[in-house]
Design a binder for this molecule. Structure first.
Ligand SMILES: [Zn+2]
Length: 100
């Protein structure tokens, strides 16, 4: 157990509501069954990315804000397969660091 609860440093940086507001304005919010697609910058393999002090993966920011802390160094898997999706209802916490 260390301080690295959040592999991408989300915990430290997600303290300002203005940052979260900026984040959610770049997400196309729909009903809970639909994908909420990230409209902002892209990260290499096709994931959404936002700069909040440092680059953070968009879907992880969404998960942290709505669901809560991500345990350990676990990967958040997007069950819908849409890498730009920011709908926490489509996310599950993977059991290890395996990334598809
Ligand atoms: Zn989705």
């Amino acid at each position: 157990m260390g301080e690295e609860t959040f592999p991408f440093g989300c915990g430290k940086f997600l303290t300002k509501s203005s940052d979260l507001l900026r984040f959610w304005t770049k997400v196309e919010l729909k009903n809970v069954d639909s994908c909420w697609e990230w409209q902002g910058a892209r990260f290499g393999p096709g994931y959404g990315q936002i700069m909040i002090g440092r680059p953070l993966l968009a879907h992880r920011v969404a998960y942290l804000d709505i669901v809560g802390p991500i345990p350990g160094r676990r990967t958040i898997r997007l069950e819908c397969g849409n890498r730009l999706c920011c709908n926490p209802a489509h996310m599950v916490v993977a059991h290890n660091g395996h990334v598809r």
